[in-house]
Design a protein. Structure first.
Lengths: 247, 257
């Protein structure tokens, strides 16, 4: 059973903007999958529909055995979301943000407190647990959102540009952390515009542009086909080709 | 979600609301106590002493139930509208929306915050009135039922407002331009039976009139409208609003783009 299966997904915003124009995508359980694309390609929209934050216009989406139409709340129990923008209450303490999120999944406070400790420790936030979120640095805020997303032990972790604005050293430690999570069995879908990130982390990559998937294959195949070009160069040439065929 | 998980999600929401309203107590609990003390002093004591008794009750005794209800209504309403819109505006409502907490539990959780605040402020304002007059209780059950139903109704109304609000201005429009005028004209300060026929008839279209009179009936045993009608109206409005909200939440109106 795939972790995510998306068929003919379309999204037109009320403004008329067509963010997704018939996306088909399957992500197998256990994969570490990268969704790459320039700004405005539709990455955040796709993540938002998967996680229940936005309504789709057309298409079918399944998360493991749950259809987001028929059993949206079951689908939500499988997903942990790290959104692109900070969206926690900055006046709340780190520990409260994490345990409140657990509560929304039905995890009792005492259990959540126990579960939070190892997660906050490995993300280097344990010492900060009684501080208000506004007192955290940018990198810590990112890691707080990861901790919050993991508190209910999701089978699928969605990360929307998780390392944007994070310094190199921290980015590498975050990569290690995500690799470990993936090795431990969590399926991960990550959107990024750091192409090196996809190359480093993900065995499979899809490139999305103007709301359409233009490439979807193992990262190594993509690189093989394009000789020894760096992913970044491949990316640029693909997008240009796509732009030309659209003219 | 299993019933025990649903209960956990509900109490998480309520707990968060209680923490929020107690943290900002000077904005949540204090203002109504001060405003109503002024009403008691000025209208009740200074001016009221010159007004003839109504049905054997002094003027301040007549206005206390309406003033308490005024505080209950505004506090229940504004608690929910500001908590909900605040969460939507800062986007931490997304923490709830990505979770499997069912829509009706979200509605119940936010409404419970408003009910708690309405009841707490109601009790505080009622206790404050003891500095100005003594308490008369005609029927405790009616008092409690009316207070609870009113809290639920206006908490739900506040939630509806928060759902559609796009700016902070939209949060204060209804309280300022609808709730306050309707409450002032809802028989808090006078019996509508003393009004000229046109104004009297018009007043019967004001739902808050029924609420104020119901509450006053619980304390004094007098009302301008039949108690049953008031209960029926209050219950019907509450159910209608609840159904509307559940439909809107399920569809994601005002929540999801
Ligand atoms: N809430 C919204 N209302 C209207 N248009 C939107 C909204 N969110 C995104 N869009 C539009 O949809 C397209 C895809 O945006 P998005 O999914 O954020 O892309 P990405 O995350 O890849 O940068 C863009 O053209 C964007 O302007
Ligand atoms: Mg984005």
């Amino acid at each position: 059973m795939p972790a995510v299966s998306i068929k003919n997904l379309r999204k037109t915003y009320e403004s008329g903007a067509q963010a997704l124009k018939g996306v088909d995508l399957t992500v197998e359980e256990g994969e570490f999958f990268a969704l790459l694309g320039p700004n405005g390609a539709g990455k955040t929209t796709l993540i938002a529909i998967l996680s229940g934050l936005a309504l789709k216009s057309e298409g079918a989406v399944r998360v493991f055995d749950a259809s987001i139409d028929e059993d949206p709340n079951l689908a939500k129990t499988y997903i942990g979301l790290v959104p692109q923008e900070f969206n926690f209450n900055i006046f709340e303490k780190v520990i409260d943000i994490v345990t409140t999120q657990a509560g929304y999944y039905g995890i009792p406070h005492t259990v959540a407190l126990k579960d939070a400790e190892p997660i906050l420790k490995v993300l280097d936030l344990w010492e900060k647990r009684d501080q208000k979120a506004m007192a955290l640095s940018g990198g810590m805020k990112r890691r707080l959102m990861i901790a919050r997303a993991l508190i209910h032990h999701p089978r699928l972790l969605l990360l929307d540009e998780p390392t944007a604005g994070v310094d190199v050293e921290l980015r590498r430690s975050m990569w290690d952390f995500l690799r470990e999570r993936n090795a431990a069995g969590t399926t991960i879908i990550l959107t990024t515009h750091y192409l090196e990130e996809a190359e480093q982390l993900c065995k499979r990559v899809a490139i999305i542009n103007h709301g359409q998937i233009v490439v979807n294959e193992p990262t190594s195949d993509l690189i093989k086909r394009h000789g020894d070009q760096r992913l970044e160069d491949i990316f640029i040439s693909l997008i240009q080709k796509d732009a030309q065929t659209n003219v | 979600m299993s019933p025990s998980r649903i209960a956990t999600a509900y109490f998480t929401l309520v707990r968060k609301e209680v923490i929020r309203m107690t943290r900002i107590w000077s904005q949540t609990f204090l203002p109504s106590v001060i405003t109503m003390s002024l009403y008691y002093a000025i209208f009740g004591t200074f001016i009221g002493s010159q007004i003839a008794p109504t049905d054997g009750f002094s003027y301040i005794q007549f206005i206390v139930p309406g003033l308490v209800m005024m505080a209950v209504i505004t506090n229940a309403y504004s608690n929910v509208v500001s908590a909900f819109f605040g969460a939507k505006f800062q986007r931490n409502l997304e923490e709830l929306m990505v979770s499997p907490t069912p829509a009706w539990v979200i509605v119940a959780g936010f409404a419970s915050g408003g009910v708690l605040r309405g009841l707490i402020v109601g009790v505080l304002v009622l206790l404050t009135s003891l500095f100005f007059t003594h308490l008369v209780i005609y029927n405790l059950f009616i008092i409690m039922a009316a207070a609870l139903l009113t809290c639920i109704l206006f908490s739900l109304a506040g939630l509806l407002n928060g759902l559609f609000a796009k700016t902070f201005d939209a949060v204060s429009i209804v309280p300022t331009f609808v709730l306050t005028p309707l409450t002032y004209l809802g028989g808090v300060f006078y019996s509508v039976n003393r009004l000229p026929p046109f104004w009297r008839e018009l007043s019967f279209f004001n739902p808050i009139l029924y609420i104020v009179n119901l509450f006053r009936y619980g304390f004094l045993g007098i009302s301008d409208v039949p108690v049953i009608e008031s209960f029926a109206l209050l219950s019907a409005l509450t159910v209608a609003l609840l159904v509307l909200l559940l439909v809107l939440f399920k569809r994601g109106v005002g929540l999801k783009s």
